[in-house]
Design a protein around this ligand. Structure first.
Ligand SMILES: Cc1cc2nc3c(=O)[nH]c(=O)nc-3n(C[C@H](O)[C@H](O)[C@H](O)COP(=O)(O)OP(=O)(O)OC[C@H]3O[C@@H](n4cnc5c(N)ncnc54)[C@H](O)[C@@H]3O)c2cc1C
Length: 472
């Protein structure tokens, strides 16, 4: 039975969006109760509200702020950190109806999108103009609102950067219900603090994104996928900075340890054509994709890369036929599902400077061995982002292991999450390991954007972390 406050807010929100765009009680589908984080528990919200436009979002936020009811923004729910899981008694603001590509500006090379537009949708629309939005996290059903809120990365970050580097401007609703517009169809502005960049990566805790202006690029027509098996993981990771420094300009540089490569190849029926004698010796693989507008230039770069990989100790080098190359990349994108099916207990996505990956991976291997745990993985090696699947059933032992894996990476100048975000699932490590001065400053920023503390409480920080701190 809803309380009087709960019934009141549900009625008020229904008046804003209409009954057809509101779900409560058993009408709330299970999808809205979770994301894809392995460790998070689902929560059933009081209601799901599906606004149609910015004015409705603003009104929803005002009403929730007045009633002190928590709001959790939701895109496609593909997040891996528990960040879009609603709080008990809170409201989900789902952006599924705000899913229009408002403009593809061919002269300024930008797209203006509503937050519920998916990566698939944008890719189709830009492809029709020979353009590309270059952020490809492993899940293309993800929404642009979710991408902005998590600062999504993915395999192409080594060439193009991550979401943060593509967002030129935003429209967003603050925790007060006020609407701001930031940036625009230009790269540079020095007009006070950069509010666009504060909102990017804030995991729905500072503002609800209602529109994004994104950079587009010409879409090169030709690509080549090169696969190089190596005898040791250390050889692979040591090769990465040299490939990036070579000037060849790879689109992606991914490493996979042998366990992960075998699992994804078997799971997705990928035939790599690697000589069995080489396969015997290989304990890790490097996958490099090159792209170009001109086929002959691509061929030259591919030949140069093959020679370089040989010099860097590759056991062999394979230029995959295009169908096999595409299949391998697709299987790599699905590595998360493979790890989940294999029973991984947690996934982490630490980032370290790419030249420090060999030292980091050595530290991880030692920690895993000392704690009788299995830690395997793959990653966007070109930008230092390492995705590790952790197999350790005991929760306390797993916590200590992950804490030490994060601490080892931070000692090398790394950060706890390279792209999946902190959400509800990694905040304990942030509280344990991050600089308290920075955390206090972040809480003050949150209080300035969201004085009532209604936007995604429990994500990044525990609500109690704000006790005793002044709200604006
Ligand atoms: C198989 C698989 C592979 C993946 N690979 C990668 C990868 O390589 N790189 C990577 O970065 N991520 C990856 N992810 C994670 C995920 O796809 C990204 O985090 C994505 O950005 C989430 O988008 P979403 O629409 O699903 O957001 P959701 O999961 O719905 O939400 C994520 C966060 O965004 C907030 N949010 C959503 N919409 C808005 C809005 N309009 N305004 C404010 N806040 C909002 C939510 O509150 C939450 O905090 C992967 C996930 C899967 C399942």
């Amino acid at each position: 039975m809803p309380t009087r406050v709960e019934a009141g807010i549900v009625d008020a929100l229904t008046e804003v969006v209409g009954a057809a765009a509101m779900s409560t009680g058993d009408d709330v589908g299970d999808d809205y109760t979770h994301d894809e984080a392995l460790t998070a528990h689902p929560h059933r919200p009081l209601a799901v509200v599906r606004p149609a436009d910015t004015a409705e979002v603003a009104r929803v936020v005002q009403l929730a702020a007045d009633a002190g009811v928590a709001l959790t923004a939701r895109g496609s729910g593909t997040g891996l950190s528990g960040a879009c899981i609603p709080t008990e008694g809170g409201i989900v603001v789902s952006f599924e109806r705000m899913n229009e590509i408002l403009e593809i500006d061919l002269e300024n090379h930008v797209a203006v999108v509503q937050p519920g537009v998916t990566l698939d949708q944008l890719d189709q629309a830009t492809g029709a103009h020979g353009l590309v939005y270059p952020v490809f996290p492993g899940e293309s059903s993800a929404s642009l609102g979710g991408n902005v809120a998590t600062n999504a990365g993915g395999m192409r970050a080594v060439k193009y950067g991550v979401t943060r580097h593509q967002v030129l401007g935003l429209e967003a609703v603050l925790g007060t219900g006020e609407v701001i517009r930031t940036g625009g169809k230009f790269v540079k502005a020095t007009t006070g603090y950069d509010l666009t960049q504060l909102v990017v990566g804030s995991e729905g805790t500072l503002a609800l994104v209602t529109e994004a202006t994104l950079k587009l690029y010409p879409r090169p027509a030709h690509a080549a996928t090169v696969l190089a098996p190596f005898a040791t993981l250390a050889d692979v990771t040591a090769a990465v900075p040299k490939i990036v420094a070579s000037g060849i300009g790879p689109l992606l540089v991914e490493y996979l340890d042998v366990i992960t490569m075998d699992a994804i190849a078997r799971g997705h029926g990928v035939e790599l054509g690697v000589d069995p004698a080489i396969k015997e010796q290989a304990t890790a693989y490097l996958v490099v994709v090159l792209e170009d507008r001109h086929e002959n230039r691509l061929e030259e770069d591919t030949a140069e890369l093959a020679t370089l990989l040989g010099d860097l100790g590759a056991l062999d080098v394979y230029v995959l036929p295009s169908a096999a190359g595409a299949k391998l990349i697709e299987a790599r994108e699905k590595a998360f599902w493979t790890a989940k099916a294999a029973g991984a207990d947690d996934i982490i996505d630490m980032v370290v400077p790419r030249a420090s990956i060999p030292r980091y991976m050595a530290a991880v291997a030692q920690l895993a061995q000392e704690r009788a745990s299995l830690v395997v993985g793959c990653g966007h090696a070109g930008d230092g982002n390492v995705h590790l699947s952790v197999f350790q059933k005991d929760q306390a032992a797993r916590h200590d292991l992950i804490h030490d894996i994060f601490a080892a990476g931070m000692q090398l100048g790394g950060a706890i999450s390279g792209e999946h975000g902190i959400g509800t699932e990694k905040k304990v490590y942030v509280a344990e390991l991050e600089d308290p001065v920075k955390l206090t400053l972040m809480r003050r920023i949150k209080a300035a954007f969201d004085p009532a503390g209604i936007l995604n409480p429990g994500t990044i920080f525990d609500p109690e972390d704000f006790d005793g701190e002044e709200r604006t």
